[in-house]
Design a protein around this ligand. Structure first.
Ligand SMILES: C[S@@+](CC[C@H](N)C(=O)[O-])C[C@H]1O[C@@H](n2cnc3c(N)ncnc32)[C@H](O)[C@@H]1O
Length: 347
């Protein structure tokens, strides 16, 4: 929300304006994915990533007793690369494909056009909001979706809580920390985010999505798979960052020109879902998840009769996904399911 002073934006409003302003927002005017863009996501590194997700989805559907109708929903589909590979893989499993209603929730009109061109499956439905989903079991997939949502930051200064704002008053944007009534806020959101914290990153929009998703999972069965930059420690920290042309840059100098993201606190998500439950959650690293799903075996099969250079390329890409010094450790995976569901593949 805009402060009484028109030059002050709360941090979430700043990020919203920067990334998603209808005309000038970063994601609304640019396709940032790939080597020639600003950053590269797992589906754009290797098709093996999306193939593993496809096999995971089919196995989860089997665990749900192969419902004849169910919803698969990708949240924030980027350039559509993951869904393109999912659809290609699903085509090899006709019983599954016939049962699966594929949906995408995407905010950027520009990226929707890119997705439609890339995926070429006429049966996919692009949702305006999650309430359009009918009452079938739902499997939600969110790869780097939550880290792209606006967050608020709160910090303790001299034992008092402050909310971080961005001040547009001067030509140089700057942060401004304004005293904040945390007790009142916690009463409103109905849980205590400040417990044992000195610094908080909280996304009202992520909480709103989780509420809707968990309601659907509880009512109709299913789950959500979250793959994202995340950490497991209880103490929250300042993880806000901006990325342009594959390099970190200054958040305040990145207004509408760079991607702005943060790392998810899985502890906070667990607190949120505990409030909204009952539901179960499991978490692990991307390395363990993909390795348990058999990405190395798949790489071996795929590259068997390939020339050395192609084989090396496949393994180089898989290494980027699972190496502990690259995405393997930085990226975490969380599965949230209806509490009666005991599906554990990959965890
Ligand atoms: C970092 S990108 C990830 C894209 C893709 N999942 C991938 O891994 O390549 C974030 C995506 O979420 C979309 N997005 C952000 N906020 C959204 C919202 N509130 N509703 C729907 N999509 C949103 C962006 O437009 C973008 O497509």
């Amino acid at each position: 929300m805009k402060n009484k002073n028109n030059d002050l934006f709360t941090l979430d409003k700043f990020i919203e304006e920067s990334l998603y302003n209808k005309k000038y927002g970063y994601y609304m005017k640019k396709n940032p994915f790939g080597e020639s863009g600003d950053f590269i996501t797992a589906p754009n590194i290797s098709i093996l990533f999306s193939e593993m997700i496809a096999i995971w989805i089919i196995s989860f559907w089997e665990k749900l007793d192969c419902p004849k109708k169910f919803n698969l929903i990708e949240l924030g589909a980027g350039n559509g690369e993951m869904m393109r590979v999912l659809v290609n893989t699903f085509n090899k499993f006709p019983q599954f494909k016939d049962s699966c209603k594929i949906n995408i929730l995407e905010k950027s009109e520009l990226l929707k056009v890119t997705q439609k061109t890339n995926i070429k499956d006429t049966k996919i439905k692009w949702l305006n909001n999650l309430n359009e989903l009918n009452n079938f079991p739902c499997i939600f997939i969110a790869n780097e979706f939550f880290d792209a949502l606006p967050i608020k930051q709160f910090l303790k200064k001299e034992k008092k809580w402050h909310e971080r704002y961005v001040n547009f008053a001067n030509n140089n944007l700057e942060y401004l920390d304004i005293p904040f009534d945390m007790q009142k806020f916690e009463k409103k959101i109905k849980f205590k985010i400040s417990y044992k914290q000195k610094f908080i990153e909280y996304s009202p929009l992520a909480t709103k999505y989780l509420k809707t998703i968990i309601k659907k999972i509880k009512l109709n069965n299913g789950g959500i798979l979250i793959i994202d930059y995340a950490y497991l420690e209880k103490e929250m920290k300042n993880t806000l960052q901006a990325v342009s042309e594959h390099k970190y840059c200054n958040v305040l100098k990145s207004f509408r020109t760079s991607d702005i993201t943060y790392n998810l606190s899985f502890n906070l998500i667990n607190m949120i879902i505990k409030k909204l439950g009952p539901c179960s959650s499991l978490s692990t690293t991307q390395k363990k998840f993909l390795t348990k799903l058999g990405i190395l075996n798949r790489a071996e099969i795929l590259s068997k009769n390939m020339p050395f250079s192609d084989k090396a390329d496949i393994y180089y890409r898989v290494k980027r996904l699972i190496d502990e010094n690259q995405m393997g450790h930085l990226f975490k995976v969380m599965l949230i399911t209806n509490h009666r569901n005991k599906f554990k593949l990959g965890f």
